[in-house]
Design a protein around this ligand. Sequence first.
Ligand SMILES: Cc1cc2nc3c(=O)[nH]c(=O)nc-3n(C[C@H](O)[C@H](O)[C@H](O)COP(=O)(O)OP(=O)(O)OC[C@H]3O[C@@H](n4cnc5c(N)ncnc54)[C@H](O)[C@@H]3O)c2cc1C
Ligand code: SF4
Length: 326
Amino acid sequence: MKNFQIIRALSSKTAVTNISKEKEAMFIAGGTNLVDLMKKNVVSPDKLIDINGLDLKKIEFLKGKVSIGALAKNSQVAEDVSIKEKHPLLALALAAGASQQIRHMATVGGNMLQKTRCSYYYNTDMPCNKRTPKSGCGAIGGFNRMHAIFGASDSCIAVHPSDMCIALAALDAQVLVEGPKGKRQIKFTDFHRLPGNTPEKDNTLEAKELITSVEIPDHNFTKNVHYLKVRDRTSYAFALVSVAAALDLKNNVIKDVRLAMGGVAHKPWRLTEAEEFLKGKTVSEEVFKQAGDLAMKGARTYGGNDFKITLGANTITEALTIAASK
Ligand SMILES: Cc1cc2nc3c(=O)[nH]c(=O)nc-3n(C[C@H](O)[C@H](O)[C@H](O)COP(=O)(O)OP(=O)(O)OC[C@H]3O[C@@H](n4cnc5c(N)ncnc54)[C@H](O)[C@@H]3O)c2cc1C
Ligand code: SF4
């Protein structure tokens, strides 16, 4: 690992000022992803701006929304009594991630910016356009069991790894950021991006911008929700596919619905066509199965991940069935 310096920032303004002065500096929060990447020489910053002293840890219930500070720990949010009551989908998705020890260290902002778990990205002996632009992609034609079936490109077929972000995409969250040009807000579904021919860029943050909080608007998805994650082991495993399902039901009729998937694309994948199909329908296994099949239309597989089409459709059906039964 390369030698590096740490600078401790005590306000978001000084964090942004400090990072703006440096060419090869990065923010560090819980360090659960960044330190691994540094140990493997995938990233080699000269300076780390430690943001753990910033006042960005609060969960605040404001008029019409909840605001979650970027430095709130994943376990703190997952276990917050009011989050469990008002945003149970988010609590379930967070609890499905990593392990309790990692959730105690991992922060909301860091979780959103964690890097893909594509094994070629972590191995500096292998080609990877995301790590080294224009070096090629080891996964296309290689071991691609975990990889994308939607929105991939000829440059990169990696998937976004976070569980929390799948729920935030379903719940129409907003990301608040502060940078050298001031503060701004980004719609969650616009925050992560598809790879196109610039897979090295995971999101729409501009250089040196700091995530300060995430906001979720109030909604009626407080009962019939489920986050279903299919993985190789029950702990310490990323999703093969996952589904965030939220239903607003009246007399068994679907008044409103949100559906998003993980493990299938370079970003949290919102299933808007299936959502439209479900609105106004009466709950039934057949309707949920049709939604699952509809959502898989247009999927493209790469050999190792062919199974994700059937698995994806079945996981959607199951997640909706469990959500409706609560
Ligand atoms: C063994 C293991 C298993 C895991 N399993 C899962 C899983 O199943 N599901 C899941 O979702 N996650 C999983 N994770 C990932 C884990 O949740 C992330 O590593 C964690 O959320 C990252 O948060 P952090 O605060 O530690 O970020 P850091 O490692 O500190 O930072 C990550 C990135 O975010 C940047 N950053 C951090 N905070 C900010 C901010 N406020 N503004 C701008 N940039 C920022 C950093 O510069 C860095 O680039 C796993 C991790 C491990 C090690
Ligand atoms: S899928 Fe993306 S991250 Fe994985 S090797 Fe190809 S370019 Fe790299």
